[in-house]
Design a protein around this ligand. Structure first.
Ligand code: ADE
Length: 230
């Protein structure tokens, strides 16, 4: 089994990389693929860069060239709603691209036109194991539900209220749905695990800078516990 692990930014992957027994390192499409053993498993870990295109290219390379049988996307995200705070962890059940808009043709916001699914579902087993890991780490508050992704850093109450109303989303970020989309097209199981760095409202960019380290610590802790169970 080869597990592909994608983070958008180097800060999100660096903690994990310190635990990795590196066997090979190759740069492709401006991304460095770290192949080796992580917590007893065969893993390819990579920083994709920010946004949906980078993440999609990265996921496809993991699938086509590294034959990844599962993909996990980890990193930070904006929390949506009153009860979700920096440091909390979200396990996605499914994901939607909030900036996909062909509503003029009668599609719902987020629908990829002419595709036979609206949301990109995470793998039931990977979600179950991730939530089992969350349960074990009782000091980290965890949620599961829909994450929305788009090529926008969200810092607006109006926008997150729209995400809640339109998509029933609990979190937003910039890559997960495109990774889940690529996995859907290739029939490869995936899960997205994100830790909250900000509440995607007015002060989001300041909270984001401040809480990235806490977020990365928490998502890496959950990921380690999860990978030990796979
Ligand atoms: N990742 C972390 N916080 C985010 C936000 N507010 N919007 C988009 N992506 C994020």
């Amino acid at each position: 089994m080869t597990l592909g692990i994608i983070s958008a930014m180097s800060e999100e992957l660096e903690l994990l990389l310190t635990d990795m027994k590196l066997e090979n390192k190759i740069t492709k499409a401006n991304m460095t693929f770290h192949q080796g053993k992580l917590w007893g498993k065969d893993v390819v870990a990579v920083v994709s860069g920010i946004g949906k295109v980078n993440a999609a290219v990265c996921a496809q390379i993991l699938i086509s060239e590294y034959k990844a049988d599962s993909i996990i996307n980890v990193g930070v995200a904006g929390g949506i709603g009153k009860n979700i705070y920096p440091g909390d962890v979200v396990v996605a059940t499914d994901l939607v691209q909030h900036d996909m808009d062909t509503t003029v043709f009668g599609d719902a916001y987020g629908q990829v036109p002419r595709l036979d699914t609206f949301a990109f579902k995470c793998d039931d087993n990977l979600v179950r194991v991730a939530l089992e890991a969350c349960k074990e780490i009782s000091e980290i508050n965890t949620f599961s539900g829909r994450i929305v992704s788009g090529d926008q850093f969200i810092s607006s109450l109006e926008k997150i209220q729209w995400f809640e109303k339109e998509f029933k989303a609990i979190s937003c970020e910039m890559e997960g749905a495109s990774i889940a989309h690529v996995c859907y097209l290739n029939d490869v199981p995936c899960v997205v695990i994100r830790s909250i760095s900000d509440n995607a409202n007015n002060g989001a960019h300041m909270d984001y800078e401040k809480f990235i380290p806490l977020g990365v610590r928490n998502s890496t802790t959950i990921l380690k516990t999860m990978i030990n169970k796979l």
